[in-house]
Design a protein around this ligand. Structure first.
Ligand code: SAM
Ligand code: SF4
Length: 330
């Protein structure tokens, strides 16, 4: 039988998110401040070879799903080369990307040819001026053109992540739900989490999943749960008339921690067992000091065993991690 990476709560870890850069060309309100970001130096980032070796090691431990993220992953030069390296690892069955979509028109075809299987695009507004307000960049058309191009490629399903913020874009719930019915996009509503840089998060700004579903069902056919195998952060629903699918990531109101199957590697090579971890394991130092695969493997197994039971957002005892979403890898 093949190896299974498990934690002390019996969860099987088969999914790793890899941040390939902390840099970004957007400044989404909920993620980064408008100015003053300090980026990692190039030599602090894992090289493609170091990422490849790390994936080979975790793949032998049972990780079969990889997602590239950032910062904005498409800002990392020659990303298709990395996709190609990871796609060649026999135990890896799924390689996906989360992106703000700005560079898709330039890179989507190369990424597909390199072996990328799925893409999630983040888009928080269907209105160009609201989009510019949320991302602090006037790039709506670039992202929309990228989505049009994706539709022509055999890559999918195409998912769109929408972070809803009370009083900012909550008035677009129905527009996004309608989009899921008219285009081949799975819209995933994500609850706003306290992990941005000086984002002024408080619970009153979160639009809870229950409220989103209720609003959608006032205007559209009823939503029925989609049965699926395996762990996913999103609760999936389809419209009763069969037209369109939605996902809800209720990280704040109903966290999926008890069936979380993921770990993360930051762009500077730190293993994190939860987005909200307060501890990291420094794999980069091990990779750069001649440690064997076996010893890196042992460090990963030991770190995963101590994976946190869950996060404590909006509960007493919650401590915000020092690193933000874009530095960790969302
Ligand atoms: N730059 C890429 C993008 O925006 O898709 C990838 C990195 S981004 C950090 C990954 C995902 O995290 C995006 O879908 C983004 O909307 C989400 N995200 C960032 N900050 C968040 C927050 N405070 N709460 C909830 N989701 C957040
Ligand atoms: Fe950049 Fe993604 Fe953060 Fe927006 S959410 S600032 S696109 S890293």
């Amino acid at each position: 039988m093949s190896y299974q990476l498990t934690d002390s709560f019996g969860r099987i870890i088969n999914n790793m998110r890899i941040s390939v850069t902390d840099r970004c060309n957007f400044r989404c309100q909920y993620c980064m401040p408008e100015e003053g970001m300090v980026w990692m130096k190039k030599n602090e980032l894992l090289t493609f070879e170091e990422i490849e070796r790390t994936v080979q090691i975790v793949a032998r431990l049972g990780v079969s799903k990889i997602r590239l993220t950032g910062g904005e992953p498409l800002m990392r030069k020659e990303l298709p080369l990395l996709v190609q390296k990871i796609a060649r690892i026999p135990e890896v069955h799924d390689i996906a990307l989360t992106t703000n979509g700005y560079f898709l028109t330039e890179q989507a075809v190369d990424l597909y040819n390199a072996g990328l299987k799925r893409i999630t695009v983040s888009m928080d507004s269907l209105d160009a001026s609201k989009f510019a307000e949320v991302t602090r960049r006037d790039y709506f058309d670039n992202v929309w053109t990228g989505l049009d191009l994706l539709q022509t490629l055999p890559i999918g399903p195409i998912k769109i992540n929408v972070v809803l913020m009370r009083g900012v874009n909550e008035d677009e719930i129905e527009k996004f739900a309608g989009l899921a019915r008219t285009r081949p996009f799975i819209i995933r509503f994500i609850e706003y989490m306290p992990i941005g840089a000086g984002d002024g998060w408080d619970y009153s700004k979160v639009v809870p999943t229950r409220e989103i579903i209720a609003r959608i069902e006032e205007h559209f056919p009823k939503l029925v749960p989609v049965e699926y195998h395996g762990a996913q952060p999103a609760d999936r629903f389809r419209f009763e008339d069969g037209k369109g699918e939605l996902g809800f990531i209720s990280s704040v109101s109903e966290p999926f921690c008890s069936h979380c199957n993921r770990i993360r590697i930051t762009s500077d090579g730190k293993l994190r067992t939860c987005l909200f971890s307060l501890h990291e394991t420094d794999l980069k130092s091990m990779l750069r000091s001649g440690e064997s695969d076996e010893s890196i493997s042992r460090a990963i197994v030991a770190a995963v065993w101590k994976k946190e039971e869950g996060h404590l957002i909006n509960q007493p005892g919650f401590v915000k991690p020092q690193r933000t979403m874009s530095q960790i890898g969302g």
